[in-house]
Design a protein around this ligand. Sequence first.
Ligand SMILES: *Cc1c(COP(=O)(O)O)cnc(C)c1O
Length: 383
Amino acid sequence: MKGNLHKDTKVVHGSKGSDPYTGAISFPIYQSATFKHPGLNQSTGYDYTRESNPTREELEKTIAILENAAAGLAFSSGMAAATALMELFSAGDHFVVSDDIYGGTYRLFEEICKKRQLEFSYVDTCCINQIKNATRPKTRAIFIETPTNPMMKVADIAGICCFARSKGIFTIVDNTFLTPYFQRPIDLGADVVLHSGTKYLGGHNDTLAGFLVVNDKLLAEKLLFIQKSTGAVLSPFDSWLMLRGIKTLALRMEKQEKNAIKIAAWLHSQRQYIDKVYYVGLPEHEGYELSKRQASGFGAMISFNVKDVRYVRRILERVKVISYAESLGGVESLITYPVLQTHAAIPKSILDRIGVNDRLLRLSVGIENVEDLINDLKQAMEE
Ligand SMILES: *Cc1c(COP(=O)(O)O)cnc(C)c1O
């Protein structure tokens, strides 16, 4: 029955939703590391929280429902989820990766995974020919972010999945920026969806979390084995915070997007201070049409280039409603400086190629009143 519900109902009701034993409307926090056995060789279904925990399980089933997938797994952060995912692979395996990705993912691949002889090629995954040319006999997966971080480029998920499938390789999509509320990669053919739950899913800039979502039962079993063996699971309390955050995902995504559309248009009109605005929801954005086909919303992430590098400091130090801070997706608006923060781990040659320069700022639009946000940017920019 839950499969037929609308997505704004699904986010509120989760999997079981309420507690079947007491009727508690808010799913309980099972703050227990271990579970009593009723008898020899008997189990309640729960033995030890690293393997499974009722609160985490409710969350994992909820994310699977939202992504229209068979299984979800919750980890202590987005990077913990990515690390567990890479444990599927072994020495010599090769990956084609978006050249415009979250800096932490790049660092994981280059500094950690390379030690296990995994190999990576970074290309513009908006161009299917670049993906095809980079694919080798030992390529195991194509790893994409769309829209990309921070340049907001849009990749054709279904097109990439179709190519990957023809080669017998996986497509992995980091869906952090749009969440299943706006984009469901599994429906478009992806094998694995990765999330930093820290961002929109949690939504309040207060909890780290990560997810892997898959539709194949065998793949789910392999990942569950890695999850319980390596152990970076999400705690019961943080699982509950995620469940609570997800309840308002629909409201937040709608409001944040509405604000972002207005702010992007306003930034775009500030010709004396701003060169270029990167927001998928601007009709002149090159990914606008593709985004309309594969996603039901544009999200609320905006990057923009200021005309003079001196404006960077002025804006970051003068904003009052918006906070100068890393991260994104929460109810509070945040502004960050990718070259110094989120993308500091990426070499300058790649940053130059993709267009991340010292005049680029990235704005995560929150749920505040949009006039207050625009006025804040205005007073921060003006001489
Ligand atoms: C933040 C982020 C991550 C990493 O997630 P953490 O929860 O910070 O570990 C991965 N991908 C994207 C797109 C992100 O924004």
